[in-house]
Design a protein around this ligand. Structure first.
Ligand SMILES: Cc1cc2nc3c(=O)[nH]c(=O)nc-3n(C[C@H](O)[C@H](O)[C@H](O)COP(=O)(O)OP(=O)(O)OC[C@H]3O[C@@H](n4cnc5c(N)ncnc54)[C@H](O)[C@@H]3O)c2cc1C
Length: 268
């Protein structure tokens, strides 16, 4: 049985206050939507609920879009600003996650900060020009942030994405609706190519060798097999109850081809 015990539950109104509690209490824990935390057991001395810190909006700036940490995946799915700028890709990346109720609770900040291997949203963000804004750590590219271990004492304030990345695609494969993805892939061509593979089941990574090959030689029906070989060799696929590494490798080729077709690298 999962059991969460919380001694104090607080609603700071500034990030300064929230951070002060986070570093001064050993078992203090930030609460985004609280959906994932309640899946496990934990003794929390101080639960720091970020819902009153003003982090719940999506703002269109001159050349970028800033998404507050407390924006929910449901709001990502429905946002006209995001759909217009990224051709519905962020919406597509979250719309299969469990159900409406969960998506209306689960937050962007927790999803990105926790770097969940199964995350669909993080894979999509990797092929955009995304930066992470941390209260203490400052603004860093998502790619660098994802490569680090999860740090426990900072607050993700927002993510900042360069606007107008329209030639993008997100594909995933699940055994059934509501389950975690067996694999997911995102591709952007803007104008250079970016390819991210997630739910491997490890966290999303960029396929650098494959990106370099495609930048140099493009994609056609003759070199597709070489591209499959390159991506299969550079991405580490693992096994779990949802699929073996060999299965994931096979799925990767299918999803990659679909995404390349969608961004116009290949003709059907
Ligand atoms: C049953 C279930 C199924 C799911 N299936 C999928 C799926 O198929 N695909 C998918 O992509 N996702 C899935 N998710 C994950 C979901 O999309 C969210 O990523 C997850 O719920 C975390 O969001 P939250 O707001 O609930 O986090 P919380 O439970 O509030 O927090 C999770 C962790 O993040 C920390 N945290 C919260 N906010 C911040 C912040 N601003 N800065 C730093 N740390 C913070 C918390 O302290 C905690 O350690 C699933 C979640 C659940 C509960």
């Amino acid at each position: 049985m999962n059991l969460i015990t919380i001694k104090n539950y607080i609603f700071p109104s500034t990030l300064e206050e929230a951070y002060g509690h986070l570093i001064s209490n050993k078992n203090a824990t930030l609460i985004g939507g609280g959906a994932f935390i309640r899946m496990g057991s934990k003794n929390i001395s101080t639960a720091i609920d970020l819902s009153k810190c003003g982090l719940n909006s999506i703002n269109e700036l001159k050349e970028s879009i800033e998404i507050g940490a407390m924006v929910t995946l449901g709001e990502i799915e429905a946002s006209p600003i995001l759909n217009k700028n990224f051709n519905n890709m962020l919406s597509n990346s979250v719309k299969e996650i469990v159900g409406v109720q969960l998506r209306n609770i689960a937050t962007v900040g927790a999803t990105v900060y926790s770097k969940y291997g199964f995350s669909d949203f993080n894979t999509a963000l990797m092929v955009l020009d995304t930066k992470v804004k941390l209260y203490k750590g400052g603004i860093i590219p998502l790619e660098a942030f994802m490569a680090e271990k999860v740090a426990s004492k900072d607050i993700l304030q927002s993510i900042i994405i360069k606007s107008k990345y329209k030639n993008v695609s997100f594909k995933s494969m699940r055994n059934s609706r509501g389950d975690y993805a067996i694999l997911n892939i995102a591709v952007s061509k803007n104008p250079t190519i970016k390819i991210a593979v997630g739910a491997r089941p490890g966290r999303a990574v960029l396929a650098y060798n494959t990106m370099e090959y495609i930048s140099n030689y493009g994609v056609n029906n003759k070199n597709l097999k070489d591209i499959y070989d390159i991506i299969s060799n550079e991405i580490v696929f693992g096994s779990n109850s949802r699929g073996s590494s060999q299965y994931r490798q096979a799925i990767c080729k299918v999803l990659l081809k679909k995404a390349l077709l969608e961004v116009g690298y290949l003709e059907a």
